[in-house]
Design a protein around this ligand. Structure first.
Ligand code: FEO
Ligand code: CA
Ligand code: CA
Length: 495
């Protein structure tokens, strides 16, 4: 839980306000708002352990009343406490006699809003791109990750944490310029009310000293769990949007393919394909996530689909953007220009063993016009879409269908709404997690579906006020880790 010390000598947070952590202690404790995660097994003598390893946990958000015990920060210490509760925890775990416990091991680590990070990929390859990230003026102070929603993991053993609603942590204490891009990404004077901008100018949209800090968030960030001193790396080739998650698979010729949702009403599904075989790229010292092509999805009504490449060589993008760095930094605007299909809030994606890709579309109460891929208007309960890509995930054509409409389960024993987390096991079971109001007095839940027959069964329900999210398994699949985010929604008596 939130407040678990990751190092010896730090007092535990018990939920009693008198034990509320200091900002410094929170930087060495598990954060709040657990979301996506993955288990990295310990490897010994060529075997992967299912009894010990590192669990990487995203900490998506924590409201001020919950974290600080008040609605607004009153000083920088309050802001730092809030910031340190966000980010990622890496924690060593071991199982003995059927019980898992935290180990105060050397790989325990917190990555939070003030952790030094690096940028990599096409945006930093040119002076124009470095300007977008203000790296020409401020090359050495790149810091932090925030609103870490879902996640991914690479075949080379690293963790990907995805920055979703980063816009809400910025505000403005004075005049600020609401550019078209800032509007498209949802920046506003008061953000989500965290109030960081009042004491930390980095999150003040009106601060000249921190110009373009907003462009430094909204990326997929790679973390090496085995190297606690390595900087997390923001992979700009994967584009900047409200990243929900990142599902990886190996495509044709060993290229790595990453599927990603942008969770906003009427936003898009994306994929990235590496330039070459990932092993070849790593052998020459390149990251497979730094060179490749980024696409947004168009779902045609006839069940076909097309991946639209976000490339400055396309005249429609060249007419609007100065260079590829702008295309990637303002990927939403680029996908708008190409005519990608506005979806009903794309959340997690996953790849089933038969090669089909699944994506949860959690809901869209604002939809007034249906299309074949988003067939309900409005869509209060969500659906799951799936597709099969050409050329083993690397092509630009796909064929899609709708796997499940949540509303169709209503009235059954396995009713659910608002699909969000999704993961397919190697036998083709599809694990589905929910985040939203469930019917029949149910709390949020974890279900499992058979991808062949569509048969659905409920595995567990959560507690009052929570969201069920985050899923990780040991290699032997005898342990499944699952998160309950914001149990009680800030009120411990509701759990
Ligand atoms: Fe972080 Fe869209 O859920
Ligand atoms: Ca989610
Ligand atoms: Ca959600």
């Amino acid at each position: 839980p939130w407040g678990t010390p990751l190092q010896p000598g730090i007092p535990e947070y018990t939920g009693d306000p008198t034990t509320r952590p200091t900002a410094a202690h929170q930087a060495d404790m598990i954060g709040i708002g657990h979301d996506g995660m993955w288990f990295f097994p310990e490897r010994a003598r060529g075997r992967q352990s299912s009894q010990s390893g590192i669990l990487c946990i995203n900490h998506e958000f924590g409201r001020n009343p919950h974290v600080l015990g008040k609605h607004s920060p009153e000083n920088l210490e309050d802001v730092r406490l809030s910031q340190h509760a966000h980010g990622v925890s890496l924690v060593e775990l071991e199982e003995r006699g059927g019980q898992w416990r935290v180990v105060h091991g050397p790989l325990n680590r917190r990555v939070h809003v003030n952790t030094p990070v690096a940028f990599s990929g096409p945006v930093v390859a040119s002076p124009a791109g470095r300007e977008l990230l203000d790296l020409n003026n401020r090359p050495h102070d790149a810091r932090g990750t925030v609103n870490n929603c879902s996640s991914g993991h690479t075949p080379w053993g690293t963790y990907l944490t995805c920055e979703e609603n980063f816009n809400g942590y910025f505000g403005a204490t004075g005049d600020w310029v609401a550019t078209e891009a800032r509007q498209r990404y949802g920046f506003s004077k008061n953000g989500f009310g965290y109030g960081w901008e009042k004491f930390d100018a980095r999150f003040d949209l009106s601060s000249q000293a921190f110009a373009n800090e907003d462009n430094r968030f909204g990326w997929v960030v790679e973390i090496d769990p085995q190297n606690p001193v390595a900087r997390p790396v923001k992979r700009t080739a994967l584009g900047r949007f409200k990243h929900e998650g990142a599902a990886l698979t190996e495509g044709k010729d060993g290229r790595v393919v990453v599927y990603m949702g942008d969770d906003q009403r009427f936003d898009y599904i994306y994929k990235f394909v590496s330039a070459e075989n990932w092993r070849t790229m790593r052998a020459r010292g390149a990251s497979p996530l730094d060179e490749g092509r980024l696409y947004a999805a168009r779902f045609n009504d006839d069940g076909s689909g097309e991946w639209l490449e976000l490339n400055i060589d396309n005249p429609r993008l060249a007419a609007r953007f100065a260079n590829q760095a702008e295309v990637l930094t303002y990927a939403r605007l680029a996908a708008d220009a190409l005519g990608a299909t506005p979806m009903d809030r794309p959340e997690w994606t996953c790849i089933a063993p038969d090669g089909r890709v699944y994506c949860t579309l959690t809901n869209n109460s604002a939809r007034s016009e249906a299309d074949a891929a988003n067939p309900l208007a409005p869509n209060p309960d969500g659906h799951i879409i799936r597709w099969r890509d050409s050329e083993q995930h690397t092509g630009t054509a796909f064929a899609w269908d709708i796997f499940l409409i949540a509303e169709s389960t209503h009235g059954t024993a396995d009713t659910f709404s608002d699909p969000d987390g999704i993961w397919a096991d190697p036998d083709g079971r599809l694990f589905i997690q929910t985040d939203g109001n469930q019917l029949d007095g149910l709390n949020n839940q974890l279900l499992v579906a058979d991808t062949g027959t569509g048969e659905l069964r409920r595995l567990l329900t959560g507690v009052s006020g929570d969201e069920i999210t985050g899923l990780a398994v040991t290699p032997d699949r005898r342990t499944l880790f699952c998160n309950t985010q914001h149990p009680g929604n800030g009120d411990p008596t509701r759990t």
